[in-house]
Design a binder for this molecule. Structure first.
Ligand SMILES: *Cc1c(COP(=O)(O)O)cnc(C)c1O
Length: 479
């Protein structure tokens, strides 16, 4: 399987070549040259597979340069009930992403947040950790991962990379700006290869430091700096698997269809759903949910893609969806414009210059329904009402991101063909967002077993000024 850049210049021969890299040389994103097709008979044959086996079947279609025995071993080590152990009472952790029906046959949650950090980012990041380790070992190389986090990504990366010999992680976070639970998750790690750096500033300043260091090519090369951000293709590929798993769990026969509703930020999660659909998975609808930061909802309603300025980005109660620009969206648009890289390059010349593009009067806009997409957004009041309603009707506590999804799902459920179940992706557990749960339900969420004492553990973090030079010196001393 070859990989191409969405902007046309950059062909890579294999998966491992792009695993450790970031953007293509032309600043585009990598995609496989074609999507593997999965027929109905094959899909039915996969019904009995455990998650790891399904992951191996699907990933092997995208990965030509890891021998199948090795890939199987990596998947089996990644997708275990021990790693994904935080299943809700009544759900079977052996299913890794258990389907939890709210209304049997009609409306369900796919639990993607049973991993170590209680957010769906573990689904891909745990695999990435094991793939990195494998590829670095083969090449005799090491890597120093540098990132900035406002919460979920940093902890998912640290829990995936902890204790790995050829990998160090330097993770910047804004001092005092994360929830107590999120802080405890990251700062209580004592592994020698994990370095938590709290900068006395905002998330954007932490992000700017990462950008500054990553654009210093000599420093980057000398200290073997790498990234695990959301544009990484391996993360998208890993996420394709749970769309198949969810489909198989909700249907008895591959003639049936399902719909998915996805709380979205950087368009990584739902991009994997789009790819699953292109591979032949019978998905009637992909429903994209945003919060008040509705840049994607606006596109699917109007055809105008207008990334916001950082200053226009609102801080909301579903913070992992507070984005102004959706970094994976370019992958979808590449398919929407019939994989014409010149067209994509033209559109992103506008975006990169800080402007917008408008497809409303082009044939592309008219095709969005054929791609299965519809969208909606929610407000803080909507999320509180949805959390309360789900608790009263179904006895479940959902987190504010999943509440974005459930609210928008309800808006679209009547438009689905008869008998098509709607599956909302549960992207985090309520325990991570205690304040909002308390506001909605009048009491805090239950904390999963084994994590009750997390906030009492000793914490290890180095606090420093938001200054790239200081951070560089810190990294240089430790690599
Ligand atoms: C990252 C995240 C999202 C957004 O996912 P994208 O892939 O960026 O669209 C939604 N919910 C939670 C809890 C997240 O951590």
């Amino acid at each position: 399987m070859k990989y191409l850049s969405t902007r046309g210049h950059g062909v890579q021969s294999g998966f491992c070549d792009i695993l450790l890299g970031g953007l293509a040389p032309d600043s585009g994103l990598y995609l496989p040259e074609c999507y593997p097709r999965i027929g109905r008979a094959e899909l039915d044959a996969w019904r009995g597979l455990p998650y790891a086996g399904l992951a191996c079947e699907i990933l092997s279609r995208f990965i030509g340069d890891i021998p199948s025995g090795d890939l199987r071993e990596i998947c089996e080590r990644t997708y275990t009930p021990e790693v994904y152990r935080h299943a809700r009472a009544g759900d079977d952790p052996a299913h890794i992403t258990p389907l939890h029906w709210l209304e049997p046959g009609r409306l369900g949650l796919i639990a993607l947040s049973n991993g170590p950090t209680l957010a769906f980012k573990d689904m891909a990041m745990q695999l990435l950790g094991n793939l990195f380790e494998y590829a670095l070992e083969k090449r005799g190389e090491t890597i120093n991962i540098l990132g900035a986090t406002s919460g979920d990504t940093g902890s998912a990366a640290e829990y995936a990379m902890r204790g790995k010999a050829r990998i160090k992680v330097f993770m910047l976070s804004p001092h005092g700006k994360m929830s107590a639970f999120q802080r405890a998750q990251m700062y209580s790690l004592t592994d020698g290869n994990i370095f938590n750096i709290a900068v006395t500033g905002m998330f954007d300043e932490a992000q700017d430091i990462v950008k500054a260091i990553s654009s210093d090519a000599p420093f980057k090369a000398r200290h073997r700096i790498g990234a695990v951000n959301s544009i990484n293709w391996a993360r998208i590929a890993a996420q394709v698997v749970y769309y198949f798993k969810g489909y198989l769990a909700a249907t008895a026969d591959s003639g049936e269809q399902v719909a998915f509703c996805v709380p979205s930020g950087n368009f990584g999660n739902i991009c994997a759903g789009h790819i699953a659909r292109r591979m032949g998975l019978p998905i009637a609808r992909l429903i994209l949910a945003t919060n008040e930061n509705d840049v994607l909802d606006e596109f699917f309603r109007t055809g105008v893609y207008r990334p916001r300025k950082a200053s226009e980005t609102r801080v909301t109660s579903s913070p992992s969806m507070d984005i102004s620009k959706a970094s994976n969206f370019e992958r979808f648009v590449y398919d929407l414009v019939d994989r014409d890289p010149a067209k994509v390059a033209g559109l992103w010349a506008e975006i990169d210059a800080g402007r917008a593009f408008d497809l409303s009067r082009t044939p592309y806009f008219a095709r969005l329904p054929a791609f299965g997409f519809v969208s909606g957004s929610s407000s803080h009041a909507d999320r509180l009402a949805t959390i309360r309603d789900a608790h009263e009707r179904y006895g479940v506590a959902i987190d504010p991101h999943t509440a974005d999804g459930l609210k928008v799902a309800r808006q679209h459920i009547s438009g689905l063909p008869d008998g098509v179940p709607l599956l909302v992706l549960e992207t985090a557990q309520a325990a991570k967002f205690a304040d909002t749960i308390r506001e909605a339900l009048g009491r805090g969420p239950e904390i999963p077993a084994g994590l009750q004492d997390l906030e009492a553990l000793p914490q290890r973090v180095d606090v420093m000024a938001p200054d790239a030079g200081t951070v560089k010196a810190y990294i240089a001393q430790r690599t």
